[in-house]
Each structure stands twice: as C-alpha cells, then as structure tokens.
Ligand binder design. Structure first.
Ligand code: AHR
Length: 501
C-alpha cells in the first residue's frame, strides 16, 4: 500500500503556467495543414487558422507558444514572411523534408494565432545564419510603436499597433543545427545579440532566453554562464531571463529511435525510465545554475521535450509524424510531474510539437482531427497552472521493471490553487498491476471536486476511425472516509484527483 502525505502548510514554489507551453515549427504538417490552412480552404477556419484545432487547443489553456523553430529558426529570415502573400518568397525548407516553404505563415499570422489562442508569445530569433541587424529590426518591427522604418513597414503591412513579445530566444541549439558553435563563442554572441533585443515599451518587457544545453552537456551550461556571469543578478535581469534545455526521449537511442506503436514491455520501461531522466537533467543543470544564480532569477526553459520515435511508415521522414499511445500519456505525466516538482527553477517548458509532429497533442488528416493520449494528460494537468507546489511525501512505492530500466511504480505532484482546491496527479507506470494508495492531509480531505483518468493497454492509441480509444474519463476508483482518500490506480494510467480540505 502506497501513501501520499501532503503538507498543505508547506507551499514550495509557484507552478508557472508556462510550464504547460507548446512549440510549433515550420516542420512537416505542424504549421501548414495542422494549424494554418489559409482563408480560402474548405476546412473551416478563421483568418486561415483551423477552427477545430484552435478550439481544441483553447481547452488546454495553452499559456505560451514558441515559433518559428527549432532548427528552422536559425534559417528563418523574417522579412520573407511579411507583406502581400503573392510576393512572399518561395524557398526550400532545407532542414525539414526539402519541401517548398511559401512563407504564407509569417509574423502577422503568428500573432493572429496567439491572439485566437489567448496565449503568450515566444519568438525564437536567428543567430546561426542571421545578423544582429536582422534580429534587432524584427524586434523593432514587432514591438515599436513610435516613428521608425520598421514600425512604418509594419503599419504598411496592415498592423497599426505594436504587438507584445513575451519571450525572445536568442538562437536555437547553437551547439548543433544553430551554427555548430562552441559554448564560449555562443556565449559571446549571446552577449552581443541580446543587446539589440530592445524593450521599447517598459510596460511590455521582453524576457530574453539564452540557448542552453543539449541533454547532459553540463560543460555548455557551465561555460555559457561563466562567460556571461559578470552580468549576474541583479544585472542579469533583462540580460538573461532564461536558459534553455532540450531533451528528447528516444527509446532505442538517437540513431534507431524505435516505433511509436510497436514495442514490448521492456521498451515500455526503457522509455519511461528515459522520461524520468528529465529529473536528473533538471537537477544537475539546476545545480550549476545555482552556482551563478543562487536566487533563481534565471528560469530554466525546457523549450523542447517529448518522445521522438521513428516516423510512421510511409510518411516523409523529414516530417517527423508519429503516433501517440498510452506510453506517451505516461511520458507526459511523468515529465510534467518532474517540472512541477522543480518549479522553483523550471519556469517554462514547451512540448514538441503542437500538431502532427513528434509527441503532438493533435493529429490531423485533411479535415479530420483527433486528440492524442498526450492531449488528454495535458488537459487534466492544466489544473496545476499557476498553483503552488505543495510538499508531498510518497512512501510504500517499489521499483518495477527490468533492472536496467527500473522505475518507481508511482510518480506524483501536488498543488493548491487560489481557491484552496488541491490537485494531485498520479502515474501508475506498471504494465500489469494496479496500485492502492492512501492520500493523507493533516486536516483531512473535505470534498472531492473531480477525479479523472487516462488509461488503457500500453499500446492503445487513437486513429481517425477510432478517435476515442484513449480518452479522459471520470475516475471512480476512490473512497473517501474519515477525511482519508483511498485510491486504486489501474495499470498504465494517469490520474488526477482534486479536493478541498
Ligand atoms: O523538434 C524538432 C527539432 O529538434 C528542432 O527543430 C530542433 O531544435 C531539435 O533538434
């Protein structure tokens, strides 16, 4: 029997809503087809954005969206994507599938999308193949309301008022596709480029994000902070507000990756164990950040995370289209619990990617759209957004799975919102065994407000013919007696239970 003892007096850190952020790149069918179909499409749309997709995303309360990449960001020249659509440059998307990019989705369309979603904006700038001038003019184009060449150009292109950039990324993966740089060289470039990412309106400050490490490249984190640390807090503020980290789960490693839908129990545990590795990464990169920034003013920004499998047979390998099973529901549940637990340092995270690419929450085929198991987990976990992480001690949980990939059977995170409602999210990682768990809180549980679950067999997934094989259902596997909650968590499940004291 497992036991979760919650201390509602111990409020550890605020769970920034941006931890539940998303990422959309000019890659495969993410932007084009998945989100943007153009105003003349037969698929119902508003100003070119699919209404079914926007509607489903709004239900997730998406807090922030990152765009235009990814690797695409360091090849993107923003002026190609403004002005009349007929005159926009057509070019090859060299990075992703060699297809024609007609630039019909550009800066104006991105802000329109965020406006429809009601989310914050995260623009990723081009350091790898772009100039300081190009980056600085983009920021001016988007955010300056006075008299200037770029503000005039924006107005000429039909947008009178400046937009708000909430986050600006200075390059992406500059250790790899963003220029193959060494950390000290990138850090010097960061110092230079960020200087010209100007906040024109003090009421609309831009948070600047420095390009961080790949997986366990602790040397990168150390060096970048070392080269920039004469700007340590309080000077850091407005110089570096975030440092990114990228980590993908590849069950069989980067080269082979592994199928999204065909796997055995060993691979299930291997995948979940690799998902849990996020905890180690966040802790170790966080410890390095603590040396330079003990007050935790710089957020860790995990702006690419998720499972990355071999793409679906018969699809363009450059499009990274993959299915999404109950295993992915667990990858999401485990990872989001890790972020909640580290919300003192992790200030944003962006699932890769939003639609039709990697661990997407939505898949589309022509006019059809389905929600993936990951979607349903993100939907349940939205209740943590803006909550305060509570101290919660889990006991009576054994490790399960093969020795090499053993994982705890249960992971959890617990938060309280401003109305005093406590949300507990629990994952049962076992492929076969249910688990009993008691939830205990000093003053006793008062009333259960709601309980929901995403569950299935480990390889279950949704298709366009059977879109609801895995969905979010009401959960009735709990008993409340004498202020104590007793739950039975089915195998392969992600559960949320919400209650008052
Ligand atoms: O998300 C797909 C790619 O993964 C991104 O373009 C890149 O930043 C990362 O390597």
């Amino acid at each position: 029997m497992a036991r979760l003892v919650i201390n509602d007096e111990a409020r550890l850190s605020r769970i920034n809503p941006e931890i539940y952020g998303h990422f959309s790149e000019h890659l495969g069918r993410c932007i084009y087809e998945g989100i943007f179909v153009g105003e003349d499409s037969d698929i119902p749309n508003k100003n070119g954005m699919r209404t079914d997709v926007v509607g489903a995303l709004k239900e997730l309360q998406i807090p922030v969206l990152r765009w235009p990449g990814g690797c695409f960001a360091d090849e993107y020249h923003w002026k190609d994507g403004i002005g009349p659509k007929e005159t926009r440059k057509r070019m090859v998307n060299t990075h992703w599938g060699g297809v024609v990019e007609d630039n019909s989705f550009g800066t104006h369309e991105f802000f329109e999308l965020c406006d429809q979603l009601g989310c914050k904006t995260y623009i990723n700038g081009n350091v790898g193949s772009g100039t300081v001038q190009e980056m600085s003019e983009w920021v001016e184009y988007m955010t300056f309301d006075g008299i200037s060449p770029m503000a005039e150009l924006r107005k000429k292109n039909g947008h009178e008022k400046a937009w708000k950039i909430d986050y600006f990324g200075v390059g992406n993966e500059n250790w790899g596709c963003g220029g193959n740089m060494r950390p000290s060289y990138y850090a010097d470039l960061y110092r230079r480029y960020q200087t010209y990412v100007r906040t024109y309106d003090r009421n609309k400050p831009i948070s600047k994000i420095c390009g961080g490490a790949n997986v366990d490249d602790y040397h990168w984190t150390h060096t970048v902070l070392d080269v920039t640390h004469d700007h340590t807090p309080p000077q850091f503020h407005g110089f570096m507000d975030g440092l990114s980290l990228h980590y993908y789960v590849h069950p069989e490693g980067w080269e082979i990756k592994g199928s999204a839908t065909e796997f055995d129990e060993n691979t299930w545990y291997k995948t979940l164990s690799k998902a849990l590795y996020m905890d180690t990464l966040v802790s170790r990169h966080g410890a390095i950040m603590d040396q330079y920034d003990p007050e935790k003013k710089i957020g860790m920004i995990v702006d690419e995370w998720g499972a990355w499998y071999t793409c679906e047979p018969g699809t363009n390998p450059g499009f990274l289209y993959q299915q999404n099973t109950v295993r992915d529901a667990l990858v999401a549940g485990i990872t989001l619990n890790v972020f909640n637990k580290h919300s003192d340092r992790v200030k944003m995270a962006n699932l890769a990617q939003m639609v039709n690419v990697l661990q997407a929450v939505l898949l589309t085929e022509g006019e059809k759209m389905i929600k993936t198991p990951t979607y349903h987990v993100m939907h349940m976990y939205r209740h943590h957004q803006g909550g305060e992480l509570l101290e919660a001690k889990l006991s009576g949980v054994d490790n399960i799975g093969p020795d090499e990939w053993s994982v705890p059977q249960i992971t959890e995170s617990t938060s309280i919102n401003e109305d005093g409602v406590i949300t507990v999210t629990l994952n049962n990682l076992s492929t076969s065994d249910a688990k009993e768990i008691d939830i205990v809180i000093p003053d006793g549980v008062g009333e259960v407000k709601e309980a929901n679950i995403v569950k299935g067999q480990m390889k279950d997934y949704n298709t366009f013919d059977n879109p609801e094989t895995v969905t979010e259902e009401a959960f009735d596997g709990y008993r409340l007696a004498d202020g104590k909650l007793a739950l039975t968590l089915p195998a392969c499940s992600v559960t949320e239970i919400r209650f008052t004291i």
